[in-house]
Design a protein around this ligand. Structure first.
Ligand SMILES: Nc1nc2c(ncn2[C@@H]2O[C@H](COP(=O)(O)OP(=O)(O)OP(=O)(O)O)[C@@H](O)[C@H]2O)c(=O)[nH]1
Ligand SMILES: [Mg+2]
Length: 562
C-alpha cells in the first residue's frame, strides 16, 4: 500500500484544475485554438467519470466470501450456504437508493428487487448459470462508508462447479485490490498459493483474510496467523497483510481493523491517484494553451506586412494543410491497397486442409442421406451452407487479429507523418518567433473492426429441379455424389474469398477512420496557427493578461501536493 496517504477529505486540486481548464477553454474559444478541444474534453470527462476501485473477494468455495461481504455491509444481501452457492459475480457499491441490476451475456439488463438476488446469483436457483448472467450490480445506501470502492463477491475457486471457477478466473485482470479469503481452520492450499501468484500480476494490493476465526481460540488464532505468514514468505518470497475475520463473534473488532487499515487507505489512495492524473492532464492543457498564446503575443506586436511574411515562413510549403492532406491520403490508400493480399496470404494456408477435411466429412455424411435427386440436392446445399458458415466463423474468430497487419502499418505511418509535421511546424515557430509550442497529444485511436456477419446462404447451382423425377437414383446416385464432392474445393475457395473481402472492408474502414482523425489534427492545427497569426493584431494587452492568469494557475497547480 502506498504511504502517500492524505486524509484531507476534499483537497482544492480539483477546483484549481477545473478553474484552469475553464480558463483554457474560454481562451481557446476566443483565440480560435481548435487543437486543444479534444484534450480539454477528455480532461473534463475525468470530473464526471470518477471510477471506483474494485476490491475483489476471492478464494476457494465455502471460504466465507459472501458471508464476509454481508457482514461488512451489515445486511444479508448475498446468498450464503453450506454447499457451493455463488454462481455469478456481484459488485456492490454505494447508491442513494437500494437497487440491483442484472446484466446478461447478450447485453440486456434488468432491474430486480434486491430480495430476489438469489434467483440469479445462487447455484440452487440458477444452476451453472443457465440464465446467462454476466454480472449483478448492487447499490446500497449502507455502503456510504465505502464510497469510491466497489466490493466484488466472486464464485468460489476450486469448486466442483468448473463454471464458477471460469467466471472468477476470467475476471482477474479487472481486480483493483484483492482480498483472498481462506478459512482459518484449514491449511493454506496449493490452489490458494497459485491464486496469489496469479494475482500479483494484476494488482500490487493483495490481502489475506482468514475467515471463520471463531472456530479457533485466541491463542490458536495467533498461531494460525504466524503459520500463514511463514508459509507465504517461504513459498512466494513475499509478505502480505493478514487479517482475521469472523461473522459470528468479535465481528466489530475485526471489522474495525480492516476498515482502518485496508478500506480507508484504499479509498484515500484512490483519490490520491486520481488527483495525480488530474494534475498532470490539466497542466498539460494549460501549457499547450500558453504556447499558442506566446505565439499570438509575438505576432500581435508585428506590423501587418510583417505578419503576412511570418505566416509564409511558418506555414511554408512543407507545413501546409494541403500537402499534409495529400500525404495522409496517400498513406491510407497505399495500405488499403495491400489489405486484401495480406489477409489472403493468411487465409491461403487454410484452403487445402479445409478441402481435405470437408471432402472426408461430406463422404461420411452423405452415406446417411436418403431420397430422390431433388431431396439430395437440397440436402447438399444445406450441408454446404451450414458447414461453411461454421468453418468461416471459426477461422474468422481464431485468426482475425492476424488480419490487422495493414491497419497497424497505416497507424504507425500516419502517426509518424503527424509527428514529422509537428516537428517541422514547431521548428518554424521557434525559428521565426522564438516561441516553443508544447508537446501535443496527437494519438490516433484504432477502432477494432467488428466481426463480419458470416452467414453462408444456400446457393442453388443445380438446374435439375424440373427433371429430377426422370432420373433413377439407384443408377446415378454415385455420379451425383461425385459431383458434390468435386464442388467442395470451389465452395471452400469462394467462401474464403468472401471472408477475405468482408475483412478487407472492415480493416479498410478502420484505416479510413484513422485517416480522418489524422487529417482533422492537421486541419485544426493549421487553422489555429492561421487564426493566431491573423487575429492577434492589437490585442497585446489582452493576450498578456491571459498569459499571466494561466501561468499563475499552472505554477500553482504544479507545486500543489496531491
Ligand atoms: N463459523 C463460521 N462460519 C462461517 C463464517 N463465515 C461463513 N461461515 C459459514 O461458511 C459457509 C460458507 O459461507 P459462504 O459465505 O456461502 O461462502 P462462500 O465463500 O461465499 O461460498 P461460495 O460462494 O460457494 O464460494 C456457510 O455455511 C457460512 O455460514 C464465520 O465467520 N464463522
Ligand atoms: Mg459465495
Amino acid at each position: 500500500m502506498g504511504n502517500d496517504v492524505n486524509p484531507m477529505p476534499s483537497p482544492p486540486i480539483q477546483h484549481l484544475a477545473q478553474e484552469g481548464l475553464q480558463k483554457a477553454r474560454s481562451i481557446c474559444d476566443r483565440m480560435q485554438i481548435l487543437t486543444l478541444d479534444r484534450q480539454i474534453e477528455a480532461c473534463q470527462g475525468l470530473f464526471v467519470e470518477n471510477p471506483p476501485i474494485d476490491v475483489a473477494i476471492l478464494g476457494q468455495f465455502k471460504a466465507g466470501k459472501s458471508s464476509f461481504v454481508n457482514s461488512l455491509i451489515g445486511q444479508n444481501v448475498l446468498p450464503v450456504g453450506v454447499i457451493p452457492v455463488t454462481t455469478v459475480i456481484s459488485r456492490l457499491q454505494f447508491g442513494e437508493r437500494e437497487r440491483a441490476t442484472v446484466s446478461f451475456f447478450d447485453g440486456t439488463r434488468k432491474e430486480i428487487p434486491v430480495a430476489d438476488l438469489d434467483e440469479y446469483t445462487a447455484e440452487a436457483k440458477n444452476p451453472s448459470n443457465q440464465k446467462s448472467v454476466e454480472m449483478v450490480d448492487i447499490e446500497l445506501p449502507a455502503l456510504a462508508d465505502y464510497a469510491g470502492l466497489r466490493l466484488v463477491d466472486t464464485p468460489g475457486l476450486g469448486s466442483v462447479f468448473k463454471a464458477h471457477m471460469a467466471v472468477s478466473a476470467n475476471w482477474l485482470p479487472e481486480v483493483g485490490a484483492a482480498v483472498l479469503a481462506v478459512s482459518a481452520d484449514r491449511p493454506l492450499s496449493e490452489n490458494d498459493l497459485q491464486l496469489i501468484r496469479e494475482l500479483t500480476q494484476y494488482t500490487p494490493r493483495i490481502i489475506l483474510l482468514l475467515t471463520k476465526a471463531d472456530l479457533l481460540s485466541p491463542s490458536q488464532q495467533d498461531e494460525v496467523v504466524k503459520f500463514f505468514e511463514d508459509t507465504v514468505k517461504r513459498e512466494l518470497n513475499r509478505e502480505f497483510p493478514i487479517f482475521l475475520y469472523s461473522t459470528k463473534t468479535d465481528t466489530g473488532r475485526f471489522r474495525h481493523r480492516l476498515e482502518a487499515e485496508l478500506f480507508f487507505k484504499l479509498a484515500v489512495n484512490r483519490d490520491f491517484e486520481f488527483r495525480k492524473i488530474l494534475q498532470h492532464k490539466a497542466n498539460s492543457v494549460i501549457r499547450g494553451c500558453l504556447g499558442y498564446l506566446e505565439l499570438a503575443l509575438k505576432t500581435s506586436l508585428q506590423a501587418d506586412e510583417d505578419r503576412e511574411s511570418l505566416r509564409r515562413q511558418i506555414l511554408d510549403e512543407k507545413v501546409s494543410f494541403d500537402s499534409m492532406r495529400e500525404e495522409l491520403f496517400f498513406i491510407a490508400r497505399e495500405n488499403q491497397k495491400q489489405t486484401r493480399v495480406f489477409i489472403m496470404n493468411i487465409l491461403q494456408g487454410f484452403m487445402k486442409p479445409l478441402w481435405r477435411e470437408l471432402t472426408e466429412r461430406l463422404e461420411r455424411d452423405m452415406k446417411t442421406w436418403r431420397g430422390n435427386l431433388w431431396q439430395l440436392t437440397r440436402r447438399y446445399e444445406q450441408w454446404v451452407a451450414d458447414t461453411m458458415t461454421e468453418e468461416m466463423r471459426r477461422i474468422s474468430k481464431q485468426e482475425h487479429r492476424h488480419f490487422y497487419g495493414t491497419l497497424k502499418k497505416a497507424h504507425a505511418s500516419l502517426a509518424r507523418s503527424l509527428e514529422a509535421f509537428r516537428m517541422l511546424l514547431n521548428g518554424n515557430v521557434r525559428k521565426v518567433l522564438g516561441v516553443s509550442l508544447a508537446e501535443a497529444e496527437w494519438d490516433i485511436k484504432i477502432a477494432e473492426p467488428e466481426q463480419p456477419d458470416i452467414r453462408t446462404f444456400r446457393a442453388s447451382n443445380y438446374n435439375l429441379d424440373l427433371i429430377w423425377f426422370l432420373i433413377p437414383m439407384f443408377l446415378f446416385r454415385r455420379a451425383f455424389e461425385k459431383r458434390f464432392i468435386e464442388k467442395i474445393p470451389w465452395e471452400v475457395e469462394t467462401n474464403i474469398n468472401r471472408l477475405a473481402a468482408q475483412w478487407e472492408d472492415r480493416v479498410n474502414a478502420a484505416i479510413d477512420g484513422m485517416h480522418r482523425q489524422a487529417v482533422q489534427y492537421v486541419q485544426d492545427e493549421t487553422a489555429t496557427i492561421e487564426a493566431l497569426l491573423s487575429g492577434a493584431r492589437g490585442r497585446t494587452e489582452e493576450i498578456r493578461q491571459m498569459i499571466t492568469d494561466l501561468q499563475m494557475i499552472s505554477d500553482h497547480l504544479e507545486k500543489m501536493r496531491c
